[in-house]
Ligand binder design. Structure first.
Ligand code: NAG
Ligand code: NAG
Ligand code: NAG
Ligand code: NAG
Ligand code: NAG
Length: 353
């Protein structure tokens, strides 16, 4: 053990968990600075405060996600902020505020729910700086203190500098996501889908390369993707009297702040389990990572993660060959924090094959 490691380890144990450890690398922003009079996250419906606001504070959000928005940090004009998170939560008042069983105290339920959402977000769009675990001055626990503070980093799939985007508009600015190359279309055509979820077919040529406007690649913390999911989210918004044509303008998921759609889409996805779910591969690889993240967040919030059995579907995965083609078992992350007897559900594989 090096001297530096000993000193840092002592410091680590001397300070409490709350507060970003000094040894964590400072975020390096790749995001364009928002303008002075930028539009902050707001709610056209002016929904009342939800229960989560009684306990989850702006200080916590900023302590947890200093690397949000491509390293810029949380900012009310950017896709990810406490303000956006709280407004999104008002559309799901039960999020982080309900207590569905007596297995845990109400407070524990609330914190486990939010931990599960954050664990999802870490996995999907966290900075995922694995170099932290290669730093020989850090123990694994110390590296985790920094690693799990990398959430809400990416806006766009493959971003920043997403290869889906125009090289002159590579994704450091929310508006950059409005056009993409063919690979970023994620638009499924079928008779019924074409009727309900018609893709924007507008194209433009730049230096002889065709770019498209109908780009339904992953956007937001939980990576809303594919035309039909944009369409379903749009229907949800309409049910809340928010009229927005996401099929014509999918990038509004990142740019619209009234209400802040990047957060709202993520919470909607978390609260409304549906296809497409990740492939078998990412379930198996991703599941254990997400469980680790869940454990870290529950520890941060001083609540128990619960029995291992409810956190994974390992037993169920063994029967995978017997399961209908294109289906797999995965933990129902919108519900596993409740710790009910069966937290696994079949997941149709809706992604690209
Ligand atoms: C961490 O170190 C190992 C071995 O030294 C190396 O193979 C790996 O690429 C490193 N990972 C990262 C993320 O730097
Ligand atoms: C962005 O990505 C392209 C390739 O897709 C690469 O050539 C370029 O150097 C990257 N720019 C930055 C700033 O990372
Ligand atoms: C674009 O392609 C056309 C035909 O393939 C060619 O004639 C033209 O020179 C190209 N333009 C540029 C800017 O590369
Ligand atoms: C397609 O996108 C363009 C540019 O965002 C927009 O002006 C147009 O209205 C959209 N077209 C359709 C059919 O939705
Ligand atoms: C967790 O407990 C520690 C030590 O009692 C305390 O300092 C910290 O504020 C608690 N964290 C939360 C999120 O309640």
């Amino acid at each position: 053990m090096s001297k530096i490691k000993i000193v840092i380890t002592i410091l680590y144990h001397a300070i409490t968990i709350l507060g970003i450890p000094d040894y964590c690398p400072k975020p390096i922003s790749r995001a364009k600075e928002p303008s002075e009079h930028c539009a902050e996250a707001s709610d056209p419906n002016e929904l009342p405060k939800s229960g989560i606001e009684k306990w989850f504070t702006k200080e916590m959000f900023e302590d947890l996600f200093p690397h949000a928005n491509l390293g810029y940090g949380p900012h009310a004009c950017m896709p990810y902020s406490y303000e956006a998170f709280i407004i999104a939560a008002r559309y799901f008042p039960e999020f982080g505020a309900e207590s569905p069983s007596k297995v845990y105290e109400p407070e524990e339920h609330h914190r486990r729910d939010v931990s599960a959402f954050f664990a999802h977000a870490i996995q999907e769009t966290g900075e995922n700086n694995l170099d932290l675990y290669n730093n020989t001055d850090f123990t694994v626990d110390m590296a985790s203190e920094c690693f799990y503070r990398g959430g809400f980093y990416n806006w766009f799939e493959r971003g920043p500098n997403s290869s889906f985007l125009h090289p002159s508009f590579p994704g450091y600015n929310p508006v950059d996501g409005k056009r993409c190359i063919e690979d970023g279309k994620y638009c499924k055509h079928e008779t019924v889908l074409d009727m309900w979820y018609p893709c924007n077919e507008t194209t433009e040529l730049h230096a002889n390369v065709t770019f498209y406007r109908g780009c339904y690649f992953g956007r937001g913390a939980l990576q809303l993707s594919w035309n039909y999911n944009y369409g379903l989210f749009q229907q949800f918004l309409l049910s809340k009297k928010i009229e927005v044509d996401l099929l014509a303008n999918p990038n509004l998921v990142i740019t619209k702040m009234d209400p802040p759609l990047a957060m709202l889409a993520s919470l909607w996805f978390y609260m409304t389990p549906q296809p497409p779910k990740p492939s078998m591969h990412s379930i198996v690889v991703g599941e254990s990572r997400r469980i680790k993240a869940f454990k870290w967040f529950t520890k941060y919030f001083n609540v128990t993660a619960g029995p291992e059995r409810t956190l994974s579907c390992k037993g169920m995965l063994e029967g995978f060959e017997a399961v209908q083609h294109m289906y797999s078992w995965h933990p129902d992350w919108g519900n596993m924090w409740r710790s009910r007897p069966c937290d696994c559900e079949p997941a149709p594989y809706g992604g690209e094959s």
